[in-house]
Design a protein around this ligand. Structure first.
Ligand code: GLU
Length: 435
């Protein structure tokens, strides 16, 4: 990503506030507060490589807003990580937590690194080193990290362990998305995909679509993309295309999703296969690029990879009437305008991918209580929150005749705004001499 595209990302994100403000009925001061992150930390993480040499990596942690509770958000390992991008992702987390009504503000962290180029031991040293540099900035009551792109449960486990060593006490609630054995929550692993799946189930009910006649394309076949594809396939949806960073596959009749998942996780490739017991065999399918996947004539398009995938360059060519954003920020504001004009229904990232942080909240609650829930309880509570908040946003969209994204921002902004106003704004301090 270039510096200019990067500045644009934060600028674009903040721009969405202005549109939502018109409908939110809150003090203008709230918007001004939310235009800047609360705190930004830039660190340099030294890593002793396996060959004895030393490398330095840039790391970041941004806390955007903590009015509604401690800040919350993942840690990303990616070669394209920049401070502007992390600021933007932290901003989105504030709105994501508010739109599902969980008591957290927003944060995000990251290291500019390609983790695929590190050995496992290097990865562990880097992860522990990062926590040592940011330990004073995070904490169970201040800022709680979690996994994001190219980080996982094992890395969260190392980070929790390192933090606990520094504090000289077991502190499982400092981080979520941990392995179950280290205080992770059942159901956290596939919670992001499952949350999106519940949004689609609500749409199914409202718009009355027949799953076996509904085609789906998923861009990005990591944790979230795999989970939503698996759950939809289980319900007889036709998953006709999936892709990873190397490209994708298309088959009009739909794929056997469990086979694709197994192959991807064992061989690390997206391939058109059908697997039975220990054997996987190739099936007929077309190879497609990521761009072609986005432009397929399907009923539901699910971008589940990275930001800025649907832009003003390709928006006009998007055919899917429904877009469910599992990635953070896959659609640029310019693309949004085009898609809205073309009558597309977009379930925005801050709602569609909020299942992950919702179960992170459950994990934090369980850690603090020292009492662990059954998978059934986690899933039922996630379902209840996603369905309720989806319908709140959907109703507002109908009432005001605004896009689903604007309705999601208005819902979040009202909640954040009320919290900020509760501490007093200009109008309160200006207008009265009495308490
Ligand atoms: N990284 C995830 C997200 O973008 C999860 C954050 C969390 O669980 O705190 O929503």
């Amino acid at each position: 990503m270039t510096m200019i595209e990067d500045n644009r990302l934060f600028h674009d994100a903040v721009g969405r506030l202005e549109k939502a403000f018109q409908y939110a009925d809150i003090d203008r001061e709230v918007i001004e507060r939310l235009k800047q992150p609360k705190a930004v930390l830039h660190v340099s993480v030294p890593l002793r490589m396996d060959d004895g040499s030393l490398k330095l990596f840039n790391g970041y942690r941004v806390r955007h807003d903590d009015t509604r509770g401690p800040t919350k958000g993942g840690i990303r390992y990616h070669p394209d990580v920049t401070i502007e991008q992390i600021k933007t992702l932290a901003f989105w987390m504030t709105f994501k937590c508010a739109v599902v009504g969980i008591p957290f503000g927003g944060a995000k962290g990251g290291i500019t690194v390609n983790p695929k180029e590190l050995s496992r031991l290097e990865l562990e040293r880097l992860s522990r080193g990062f926590i040592r540099t940011i330990a004073d900035f995070i904490g169970p009551e201040t800022d709680i990290p979690a996994p994001d792109v190219y980080t996982n449960a094992r890395i969260m486990g190392w980070m929790m362990d390192e933090y606990s060593k520094i504090k000289r006490q077991h502190t499982s609630s400092v981080i979520t998305g941990k392995p179950i054995e280290l205080g992770g929550s059942l159901g956290r692993y596939d919670a992001t995909g499952r949350g999106a799946y519940y949004c689609i189930k609500e749409l199914e009910r409202i718009l009355k679509f027949e799953p076996s006649n509904t085609t789906v394309a998923v861009q990005g076949f990591g944790n979230a993309g795999q989970s939503v594809a698996r759950l939809l396939h289980q319900d007889s949806y036709r998953v006709v295309a999936v892709s990873d960073s190397h490209g994708g596959i298309y088959k009009a009749e739909g794929f056997d999703v469990p086979s694709l998942i197994r192959f991807k996780n064992e061989i690390r490739q997206v391939k058109a296969v059908y697997c039975k017991e220990t054997l996987c065999e190739m099936v007929e399918a077309d190879r497609i690029t990521n761009q072609q996947l986005l432009e397929l004539d399907v009923d539901i398009l699910i971008p589940a990879a990275l930001e800025n995938q649907i832009t003003d360059v390709n928006a006009e060519r998007i055919k899917a009437p429904i877009i469910v954003e599992i990635a953070n920020g896959p659609t640029t504001p310019a693309a949004d305008l085009i898609l809205n004009e073309n009558g597309k229904l977009i379930i925005p990232d801050i709602l569609a991918n909020a299942g992950g942080v919702t179960v992170s909240y459950f994990e934090w609650v369980q850690n603090k209580a020292g009492y662990y829930w059954s998978l059934e309880k986690v899933i039922n509570r996630l379902h209840e929150i996603m369905a309720r908040q989806f319908n709140t946003v959907y109703k507002l969209r109908e009432e005001k005749g605004i896009p689903m994204r604007t309705a999601a921002y208005v819902t979040a902004l009202r909640r954040i705004g009320k919290a900020i106003e509760a501490k007093g704004t200009q109008s309160y301090f200006h207008n009265s001499s009495h308490p």
